[in-house]
Design a protein around this ligand. Structure first.
Ligand SMILES: *[C@@H]1O[C@H](CO)[C@@H](O)[C@H](O)[C@H]1NC(C)=O
Ligand SMILES: *[C@@H]1O[C@H](CO)[C@@H](O)[C@H](O)[C@H]1NC(C)=O
Ligand SMILES: *[C@@H]1O[C@H](CO)[C@@H](O)[C@H](O)[C@H]1NC(C)=O
Ligand SMILES: *[C@@H]1O[C@H](CO)[C@@H](O)[C@H](O)[C@H]1NC(C)=O
Ligand SMILES: *[C@@H]1O[C@H](CO)[C@@H](O)[C@H](O)[C@H]1NC(C)=O
Ligand SMILES: *[C@@H]1O[C@H](CO)[C@@H](O)[C@H](O)[C@H]1NC(C)=O
Ligand SMILES: *[C@@H]1O[C@H](CO)[C@@H](O)[C@H](O)[C@H]1NC(C)=O
Length: 346
């Protein structure tokens, strides 16, 4: 109980201190800021380990859902409509995660002993995935709600939303990242233009072979383009599950770890509703979004080839100008050897 969590917290806390790169940086504020980002990066590995370890303790529960994908290349459009009990399984937290309201609502809680988490039954290879989240309210400092897609293995792909809590009245940080073939370090962070704890808001990932678009309430906040033509691996071969967890990250989350979790506010709760995935399900080792199956074309075409249009680009620019608080593509101090190649084309 709590063992794996404290292990992850510890690795997150200790790891960056030994990294000479940070020692070279001048200025305490800068140091904390970079450390925050850098630690987040390292944490993802730790977090995945926690979930992988915890997840293994639970037997898989396969629902009665019709499999839309057949064993060979068949494209499927699946609308999974608010059905947490059919599409997800609770993987850890010893009763702290609950599926409520006939499977239409899921809640995760965190207290001093443990957090909790869930994952999707299916793996997906490309899709448009929407989820509504309502985050820990009040003094959420030290808490992190992670909601992400990830494949398995060391050279994994991953698409991340992470919500870093804050003291009452201070803004949440929405942290995003993209891993391809095990390499991340592509953080962008935002302050939202609304209070994400007051109501449910929709967080979406559009993932197709051309790009990954992160959106909030339909407003694109980030586009990660396929830049294979300039040698940047793009996540397109490894199917991913959806994961989410609420856990204690007081050693790094809020102001770089300066503000600790105040347990008098526990249990902390984050809620989920209205999941929808218009996506290709990975089944029996195969999935394809290019087949000639009858259900395939028209249904998936829209998102499968979607890019940001000019209106989307305008909104993206507005968010990035007014709400972005960190961009790895601008951080020349952190990458003295040069920014990532994809930064040139964004
Ligand atoms: C699942 O399917 C089986 C057989 O098709 C049926 O007996 C059972 O009641 C179903 N369970 C649910 C929860 O629908
Ligand atoms: C798909 O499955 C059918 C029947 O199960 C089989 O005959 C066919 O060869 C398979 N196609 C591919 C591309 O695997
Ligand atoms: C979701 O379910 C509701 C009723 O449960 C239904 O009215 C609605 O059409 C469904 N939406 C989709 C996109 O399937
Ligand atoms: C919390 O609020 C402070 C003050 O506005 C801000 O500097 C910080 O970035 C916020 N977020 C986190 C995760 O610390
Ligand atoms: C923790 O929160 C309680 C109220 O919920 C407050 O009285 C107390 O001062 C807080 N502790 C710290 C260290 O801020
Ligand atoms: C649920 O999501 C769908 C789109 O995915 C949206 O049209 C609908 O308004 C949402 N329902 C609620 C209650 O927000
Ligand atoms: C699927 O798309 C192909 C080419 O785009 C088209 O020729 C075919 O008629 C489509 N099939 C269906 C069922 O829409």
């Amino acid at each position: 109980m709590g063992g794996p969590l404290s292990r992850s917290a510890r690795s997150r806390f200790v790891l960056p201190r030994g990294v000479p790169f940070f020692v070279l940086l001048s200025g305490t504020i800068l140091l904390l800021y970079k450390a925050d980002t850098y630690i987040s990066q390292n944490n993802i590995g730790a977090r995945n380990n926690v979930e992988a370890t915890q997840g293994r303790k639970f037997s898989r529960r396969i629902g009665n859902e019709t499999r839309h994908a057949t064993s060979n290349h068949t494209l499927s459009k699946v609308i999974s409509n608010g059905t947490f009990d059919r599409n997800f399984e609770i993987t850890w937290g010893d009763g702290r995660a609950k599926i409520l309201n006939n499977g239409e609502l899921l809640s995760l809680t965190l207290d001093k002993r443990s957090g909790s988490g869930f994952q999707s039954q299916h793996k997906y290879l490309f899709g448009k995935i929407d989820m509504q989240l309502k985050l820990v309210a009040g003094n959420s400092a030290g808490t992190v709600t992670a909601y992400y897609l990830s494949s398995e293995g060391s050279a994994h792909d991953e698409i991340d939303f992470e919500f870093l809590g804050n003291s009452s009245g201070d803004p949440y940080t929405l942290h995003t990242n993209v891993f391809s073939q095990g390499k991340g370090m592509r953080e962008q962070q935002f302050f939202l233009w609304f209070d994400p704890t007051a109501d449910f808001h929709t967080y979406s990932i559009l993932w197709n072979p051309q790009c990954i678009i992160f959106s909030v309430d339909g407003t694109p906040i980030r586009e990660f383009k396929n830049a294979e033509s300039i040698g940047v691996p793009f996540p397109k071969n490894q199917p991913m599950r959806i994961y989410s967890s609420l856990w204690n990250a007081e050693n790094w989350a809020t102001r770089g770890g300066l503000v600790k979790t105040n347990w008098s506010g526990a249990p902390f709760t984050a809620s989920y509703q209205n999941f929808s995935a218009d996506a290709c399900i990975w089944s029996s080792g195969a999935s394809s979004c290019s087949s000639s199956s009858s259900s395939s074309n028209s249904s998936t075409k829209a998102w499968f080839t979607q890019r940001l249009d000019s209106a989307g680009l305008r909104r993206l620019k507005w968010v990035q100008k007014n709400h972005m608080v960190y961009n790895y593509c601008k951080d020349t101090m952190r990458f003295p050897g040069g920014l990532a190649p994809e930064c040139k084309i964004s």
